[in-house]
Design a protein around this ligand. Sequence first.
Ligand SMILES: C=C(O[C@@H]1C=C(C(=O)O)C=C[C@H]1O)C(=O)O
Length: 172
Amino acid sequence: APTASAATAGQGAVAQLHPLSALSAQRLATADLVAAAKYGTGSPVDDPAREQQVLDAVARQAEEAGADPGATVRIFRDQIEANKVVQRALHRKWDADPASAPAERPDLAEVRERINRLNGELVGAIAASAPARGAPYCAGVLTVTTAHVRHEQRLDALHTVALVRASRSVCG
Ligand SMILES: C=C(O[C@@H]1C=C(C(=O)O)C=C[C@H]1O)C(=O)O
């Protein structure tokens, strides 16, 4: 029956899109560390040179993984924008309430190594989710996987909004 096959296809799509949502949220969690690494150092949230390195690297990895480099770069532009949404919000919060600012300053180079590893895993999840990303029900499934990840990773409002921002180009 059409209903049964649609349900089966939807489950496959959940299996494909859940890792993408989960990795996207893990990448956003690094924004807290990046924000702390930069806070009070004069280093700007926006680092266009680093962004270009990330985009060049993931385009190359996409070709190796058999993913569409154009779609991969589009999705990563959104990961980067979402990361900066979190960083800016945290800097505003710490400016307004200095007692809430982090006491430790993480090493930005180390945080970027973690981001690099997550980038590689995300490229894999993008490659593995091509059917679901092109499906007409992609947006509905993505809403479901976003909600799952929000609960699994106990995302606060800021990181939930950022995860939605990061997901903008996933479907279609
Ligand atoms: C995360 C950082 O901050 C911004 C976000 C980036 C990203 O999400 O990859 C890259 C450069 C910066 O514009 C960083 O500087 O590493």
